[in-house]
Design a protein around this ligand. Structure first.
Ligand code: HEM
Length: 467
């Protein structure tokens, strides 16, 4: 067993009720509750959700041990034989699988996200962005729900870059299907009273119907790709061509479906929420917004942004990094101890459920000066966190986000693309965070779409080739 870096005291969260434990409080407002408990009771906590005991760890050393040092002991919580939570939707795809299946699939999928592919991806992302915001022209001076718009934009980006297909005509339907199914998955995981999906309740029927729609869409993509035999060098090609090194067998249709749906879901929802929160932060920090507009106007001179521009847009990137700090789309990372072990001096039994509290870590005053303030400048100078694992928007260790380079490109690129044309102004009093698999703005964010009066050119950066 590895030596622990530091010793912690495990505190039992007070106030649990017989049988239910802390379920009522947690279920109502999970994010706020985890944050309040952490502030009151410390970095290593234990609480009860009905029959389940969970640990909430909110210190960089504990995150390091769980996600990196003891990554082989802390496994995903999903069991393919008894699907619960996210695996009800994503099956046994990259996010939810474990062991050999995960290793093999990660090997297949990883190359599509290699840095060398990112310039071509950036070009495609910018084109999709331009098309999508062209549709905003007749809504200028009006209110839009920026969270819904970012969801649709990110979904179209993922469809066009990973599957070389446009989902534009289905976007409303897919957004709804993912929203309904992911909420269902989230509730099923945290609610021990949740009825199994075969029971014919209205909610179960709705869940089954949106899953049928998503399956139809994905299997349709597979059939079409096989029929035309065209190759695009995209993710779908890689998945279809993958062969087992020993047996030579390809992925089954079920495996293909699970991976495709996983990339759809994991690849747009997170980025879309990050962008929505970023627009919110800019709209509520006028100096930062002015500096952002000044930087993109100066660097782009009205051009469409490309991958090479990002190195000249440090403030735009800092804004995105800072937004991921304050509103991490994955505010907690969940694991299960496969065997008994010791973490931070604390003994944990085999089967112990653990949450690494990313949202708490990102606001930990011991590691972040002015931790509650939106300060993009902190990413421009030496104020970065002293502890490596105090900033984990993309997780850490072997299960860290496979799409990190993709998202780190897409976020600032779309910010620059939209910011060069529009000034987004908040059109509602307050915005409340809601945890539903990812951290969303509850009910969306209404913003006034103000055109900016700067010259805008339609061509991309001259050093980029069309993909
Ligand atoms: C701002 C955007 C994003 C954020 C904040 C984010 C965050 C994360 C986090 C925290 C994890 C690790 C979860 C864990 O350890 O349990 C993860 C995993 C993953 N992400 Fe992302 N992600 C983003 C964008 C993307 C994109 C664009 C894609 C794909 C196109 C993607 C695909 C995945 C996949 C497939 C995994 C599972 C990896 C594995 O277990 O091997 N993500 N993401």
């Amino acid at each position: 067993m590895p030596d622990s870096v530091a010793s912690f005291t495990l505190v039992d969260v007070p106030g649990g009720l017989p049988l239910f434990g802390h379920l009522g409080e947690f279920k109502k407002r999970p994010l706020e509750t985890m944050s309040r408990w952490w502030r009151r009771h410390g970095d290593a906590l234990r609480f009860q959700l009905g029959p389940k005991t969970l640990h909430l760890f909110s210190h960089p050393d504990l995150a390091d041990e769980i996600l990196v040092q003891q990554a082989d002991r802390f496994v995903k919580v999903y069991d393919p034989r008894k699907p619960t939570g996210l695996s009800l939707v994503l099956g046994n795809g990259l996010v939810t699988s474990s062991g050999e299946v995960w290793k093999r699939h990660r090997r297949i999928i990883q190359p599509i996200f290699h840095r060398s592919r990112m310039a071509a991806m950036a070009n495609r992302m910018a084109q999709v962005g331009e098309q999508r915001i062209a549709g905003w022209a007749d809504r200028e001076g009006q209110q839009i729900d920026i969270a819904a718009e970012m969801m649709q934009l990110a979904l179209e980006v993922i469809s066009q870059t990973m599957f070389t297909t446009s989902m534009a005509q289905h976007i409303e339907h897919i957004s709804r299907a993912l929203r309904v199914s992911l909420k269902y998955a989230f509730d099923s995981f945290h609610n021990p009273l949740h009825l199994p999906s075969w029971v014919p309740t209205p909610r179960n029927r709705e869940f089954r119907s949106v899953m049928q729609f998503m399956d139809g869409l994905i299997y349709g993509l597979l059939v079409e790709r096989r029929r035309t035999e065209a190759t695009y060098g995209d993710l779908l090609d890689l998945l279809l061509q993958a062969r087992d090194e020993e047996t030579g067998a390809g992925l089954t249709d079920q495996e293909l479906r699970d991976e495709a749906l996983t990339i759809f879901a994991a690849g747009h929802e997170t980025t879309a929420n990050a962008l929505a929160w970023t627009w919110y932060l800019l709209a509520t920090h006028s100096e930062a917004k002015a500096r952002f507009h000044e930087e993109i106007d100066r660097v782009l001179q009205g051009r469409m942004p490309g991958a090479d521009d990002l190195q000249h847009l440090p403030y735009t990137r800092a804004i995105f990094d800072e937004s991921l700090r304050l509103y991490p789309p994955a505010p907690a990372v969940q694991r299960k101890a496969a065997t008994s072990t010791i973490v931070g001096g604390l003994p944990l039994p085999g089967g112990a459920l653990v949450l690494v509290g990313t949202h708490n870590l990102h606001r930990h005053p011991a590691f972040w000066p002015n931790s509650e303030q939106f300060l993009p400048e902190r990413w421009l100078n030496s104020e970065r966190p002293a502890a490596r694992y105090a900033y984990l928007p993309f997780g850490a260790g072997p299960r860290a986000c496979v799409g990190i380079h993709f998202a780190s490109l897409e976020g600032p690129l779309l910010l620059a693309l939209i910011g060069r044309r529009y000034d987004l102004q908040l059109a509602q009093e307050t915005v409340e965070p809601e945890l539903m698999v990812t951290l969303r703005p509850k009910g969306g964010i209404r913003m006034m779409l103000q055109p900016r009066h700067v010259p805008v050119l339609c061509s991309a950066s001259s050093h980029l080739q069309p993909s």
